[in-house]
Design a protein around this ligand. Structure first.
Ligand code: LLP
Length: 449
């Protein structure tokens, strides 16, 4: 994590001091280091060099346009899971032939958007999805390129909330159902089954689950090809972990060697969908201490970031390193504190009994490893505008997503016809709409169905 380090006693992102950024944009804010993103990508892609590989960045990890563009400029493709993410990928300049569309619940409109764009493949996860995709493609007179996502029933040995490859998970097609799905696909118009895909979970710290899952996928690929199915692509998903605390996830060479070993002699183009590995350690969340409160049993450090900004600790028991922006002197006493946010929930707790140097109101602290699944999972709960995002490169910075005004958040709501506008809240919007003989809601003329 060299992108974020102390220089002359103050935390910097590359060459930009966090104290100056806090003055410029206010707290809390996310800060991403472009060089760290670039290095992570070149490490990933470089390790796979010589293989027929396309690296499709999983936008769900961090969909900021500037982040996606940073990766696209290096040649990354995109793994998208919604029509919205597809639009981000296209806006960031990701070539359409490097976009894969994953996800267990694609709508007809999303399928149509992917077909119109001419993406590389749809990762299909069920028979009814396959049938709808066939219909949508046929209506357009197009053929949808398909990879069937397999559920290999492999334990990824990661947190249960981010495990996806066990039979009990909603993802993928069970291995024993694959032949029937393939038979059905052959009978359906508008489809071209070109590959198989797998993704067993996120934040994997060992290669063994990958070996198990990839082996099952490759065995299936071989047998289907022997049976005459013209498959030509394997999608190995994402999931490679990062170091948050003391994990030692596989290095890129180990991962790439595994892939090389298993795919030797196989005629298959390969797709990878890394998310966290490319951006996770390239971001921090900087927040200011509001109060230090001594409770009956413990000391609470109350910061101005909340679970609406960073939900990973409450949602996955995630551990994020917390560091003061001013480098602590070597001789101060560290003591356990609970670091909490201002949201009215007990789960708005970032760390329990974490040993930290003395902190006082006004101090800045940073949560490390928040480049992935952090800003992108933010909300405006408690009507808190989500933290803005800043991208740093060398000594330059740019606000790549500003903090929304509260007025913008309120303006998303409209009043129904029967409510008097409150002072200053404006007029009710929309025409009355008649539903089942009664006048009912009609904000912006949307009809109730
Ligand atoms: N491909 C598929 C089909 C996925 O479902 C995911 C992540 C990825 C690729 C990228 O996985 P990665 O390389 O980032 O591990 N919000 C959770 C993580 C959810 C991951 C969902 N799927 C967290 O904060 O840990």
């Amino acid at each position: 994590m060299t992108a974020f380090s102390y220089r002359t006693g103050a935390l910097h992102a590359e060459a930009v001091p966090m104290e100056a950024l806090a003055e410029a944009v206010g707290t809390p804010f996310y800060c991403y280091a472009a060089t760290a993103i670039e290095t992570a990508y070149t490490d990933f892609a470089g390790a796979l060099s010589g293989l027929p590989a396309t690296v499709c960045y999983a936008l769900k990890a961090n969909g900021n346009l500037a982040v996606v563009r940073t990766l696209a400029r290096l040649g990354a493709g995109a793994d998208v899971v919604s029509g919205g993410e597809l639009q981000i990928a296209l806006a960031a300049g990701v070539p359409t032939e490097k976009i894969v569309f994953a996800g267990v619940g694609k709508t007809a409109a999303e399928m149509a958007a992917g077909l119109d764009a001419g993406i590389l493949q749809f990762n299909v996860e069920s028979l009814p999805e396959l049938e709808l995709l066939s219909q949508v493609a046929q209506d357009k007179g197009l053929r949808a390129p398909v990879a069937l996502r397999i559920n290999p029933d492999v334990d990824a040995r990661t947190h249960k909330n981010i495990s996806t490859g066990k039979a009990e998970n909603k993802f993928g097609i069970d291995l024993d159902q694959v032949p029937a799905v393939i038979e059905r696909a052959a009978a359906l118009p508008g489809l071209s089954v070109e590959g198989l895909a797998v993704h067993i979970g996120s934040q994997l710290t060992e290669t063994a689950p990958y070996r198990a899952a990839f082996t099952r996928l490759i065995d299936l690929y071989r047998s289907l090809r022997t049976a005459g199915l013209p498959l030509r692509r394997l999608d190995f998903g994402g999931g490679l972990g990062i170091t948050y605390r003391d994990e030692t996830p596989p290095d890129m060479a180990a991962y790439a060697n595994l892939v090389r070993e298993l795919t030797t002699g196989l005629e298959a183009d390969l797709v990878f969908e890394p998310g966290r590995r490319l951006v996770g350690n390239a971001g921090i969340l900087v927040t200011r201490v509001l109060y230090v409160k001594d409770g009956a049993e413990r000391r609470f450090v109350i910061v101005d970031a909340g679970m609406n900004d960073l939900i990973r600790p409450p949602l996955y028991d995630a551990w994020h390193e917390i560091v003061p922006v001013r480098e602590p002197a070597a001789n101060v006493d560290w003591a356990p504190v609970d670091v909490v946010g201002p949201v009215c929930e007990s789960t708005d707790t970032f760390a329990r009994q974490r040993s930290l140097p003395p902190l006082a109101s006004g101090d800045l602290v940073a949560f490390r490893s928040t480049g992935a699944y952090s800003a992108v999972m933010a909300s405006s709960y408690n009507c808190r505008p989500p933290a803005p995002e800043v991208l740093v490169r060398g000594s330059e910075f740019a606000v790549v997503r500003p903090r929304p005004d509260v007025a913008e958040i309120i303006a998303r709501d409209t009043l129904p016809m029967w409510l008097e506008p409150a002072d200053g809240a404006g007029e009710p919007i929309g025409e009355p709409i008649v539903v089942a003989g009664k006048a009912a809601l009609g904000a912006r003329g949307r009809s109730a169905r």
